[in-house]
Design a protein around this ligand. Structure first.
Ligand code: PNS
Length: 177
C-alpha cells in the first residue's frame, strides 16, 4: 500500500516556498493531500475558495508536481483531517531555526492527540526568507512580488490591493503564515 502525505497550511496566499515543499513531497510519496485551513479566528486576505483555487491553478502549471496531488480544505483539528484523508504523515516545510520551536510543538501535540507523525522538510534555501505574511506586506505597500509567488497569485494580490485602496484601506492582515 502506498504512502499518503498531508501538506497543511493557511496558504493566504500560496507562495513559491509552499509549492517547492508540495512538489518535493509529491516526488517522494504516492499521494499528497494539500489541506487548506479554514480558520475562522484569522481574517485571511483571500477567502477559502480563492486560496484553494489559486493553489490548484499553481499546482497544475508545475512540471515537478505529479498528478498525485489533490487540494482539500478543512476546519478543526489537522489530525482529524489526516484521518479522514487516510494520510500517513504530515509534511511541513522548515525555513529556519525560528520555525523549529513552533513546528516541534505542533508535531508533538499531533502525536499526542492523534498519533500522527510530522516530517519537517528543510525549505529550499532559495525560499528561506519567504512567507505569505511578508508577501502580503510587500504587495500592500506597492513592492514587487514577482518570482516569489505564482503569476496568478501576483495578479490576485494586485487586484485585492487596488480594491482596498479604492475602499480607502489596505485590506486584511491575514496573520503571520
Ligand atoms: O500555514 P500555517 O498557518 O503555518 O499552517 C498552520 C496549520 C494549518 C498547520 C496549523 O494551524 C493547524 O494545524 N491548524 C489546525 C488546528 C489544529 O489542529 N491545531 C492543533 C495543532 S497542534
Amino acid at each position: 500500500m502506498g504512502l499518503t502525505a498531508l501538506c497543511p497550511g493557511t496558504f493566504d496566499p500560496v507562495t513559491n516556498g509552499h509549492l517547492d515543499i508540495i512538489g518535493r513531497t509529491s516526488q517522494r510519496f504516492d499521494e499528497v493531500v494539500v489541506g487548506v485551513l479554514e480558520n475562522p479566528s484569522k481574517q485571511p486576505l483571500f477567502s477559502l475558495d480563492e486560496r484553494v483555487g489559486l493553489l490548484g491553478e499553481a499546482l497544475a502549471e508545475l512540471p515537478e508536481v505529479r498528478s498525485n496531488v489533490k487540494v482539500t480544505s478543512f476546519h478543526g483539528l489537522l489530525v482529524d483531517h489526516a484521518r479522514q484523508q487516510g494520510a500517513d504523515v504530515i509534511v511541513k516545510g522548515l525555513r529556519a531555526v525560528s520555525d523549529y520551536e513552533y513546528e516541534i510543538q505542533m508535531a508533538q501535540m499531533n502525536v499526542r492527540i492523534g498519533d500522527v507523525e510530522t516530517l519537517l522538510m528543510p525549505t529550499n534555501p532559495k525560499w528561506s526568507f519567504l512567507s505569505s505574511s511578508l508577501v502580503k506586506e510587500v504587495a500592500r505597500f506597492g513592492g514587487d512580488v514577482a518570482g516569489l509567488v505564482p503569476e496568478r497569485v501576483r495578479e490576485a494580490l494586485l487586484e485585492r490591493m487596488a480594491a482596498a485602496v479604492g475602499r480607502g484601506g489596505a485590506g486584511g492582515d491575514g496573520g503571520r503564515a
